[in-house]
Write a new protein. Sequence first.
Lengths: 190, 286
Amino acid sequence: MAKLGPAQYSPYPVAVYEGVLNPPPGKALLFNDIVDEETAMREAAKAMLTRENATIFPGPQVLYAWNEEAKKKAKLIKEMAEVLNAKIIPMYDYRPKYPKIDPDIEINPNHPNLTIWHNKIKACIFIGVHCHYANVALKIIRSETDCFTIAMCSMAGHEDAMITVRDQHSEDLEKFIEIAKEVKKELGLA
Amino acid sequence: MSLKIYELNEEFKNIVPQEIVALQENATWGNPKRGVMDLPVAKELLEEHSLCAGCPEAAALRYILASLPNPEDTIIVNSTGCTSLMFPHIALHTVHSLFGNQNSVATGIKRTLEWRFPDKVKDVVVLAGDGATVDIGLDYTLQSFFRQEKITTICFDNEVYANTGGQESGLTPKGHVFKMAPKGKQFEKVPMWQLAIDSGCHYVARLTVSSPKRVEKVIKEAIYVAREVGPTYVHLYTPCILEIGLNSDDGLDEMRSRDKERFKFFEYKTPEAEEVIAKYKEEGLL
């Protein structure tokens, strides 16, 4: 039997315990490596375009129209989903669902693995999820599923995701969409 | 906090569950005249809860949430107990404090909000059980009254530590026997409403939640007085039907019978509180 990790929750250690840290400003994280943002974006687009049931998980910071940036990001995420042929499943708040969540239509940070297992999601993008909850959710997904996780974070990033791009604002999303279109063409999917 | 945090981007309205869209479109935000009469028609701020079927505490919380005059700018501080099972489910900002610490935490929040948003009305409401208010947190509760903190403290009194198996609390009446108090309570119920008056609360009420309209009136008065004058205290009887051996549909009858005896409606207002209440009555908000 696998040994439990230091927090006694899971046999799989979190990324920090394996020496993986967030990328410095201007850089991105691809598995254990610090890479250029563009390289990470290309790999992210490739993963989303080639893996089964790719899904975007937008969080409250982009779901709700609380400022102009959020409104802009919402439009771009819709466009991103079209380019990547991805489904959108919202993480609209962080309240635990009682008696259970409906994994077809929602994801909750306290048990994100249920939505991933149910929909057989093999690649996903976290965007607009508050960092403390993204951290929890990404750790669970990393240890309990085979889903390829991509964190598009407007702050410092998330080392538990397979790909982390940090400081992502609407202009960066536009750049990512352009890169995704190119990758799609290269893969012959356009 | 802005009401815009409940406003969904148009792009996502069709993928978000109906109850979240309803929270934006059909909840009573920005209307100080909201009240328990909205319950059948408006979206409630409590989506679901994990309390026992028929628990009067759940009814109390629904009435309180429906009565908050300013929910979009209200912070709720709660403590350990049955109530802590409900707070993660409500659509407002809530802070879960350490057991008994709730009035200290609320003090910090209230003072910070006053400093950070001097031009905005922000209500801080403490909701805690009898263990947190009267046993473990009595010191913190009374100290916040002594300091004249402008917060509303609401105690859900079920007269027992219910979710840990039935230990007696300070608010258990003398002689009551519970599973974990087989010899019966040896001393009298702590008269918390009286302590609140002696400690400087400007508005104190003791009641059961058998009458939703009365709960609404009391909660609104307590919040308005806390906003303008100083600490207020509301003592609600919300019996634990399981621990006193009742069925899930017996809660209301139990409260009605106590309405006539130890939880007979009692209200105390200082002259300053009377003034505030009269002012809000004139404005049609009470």
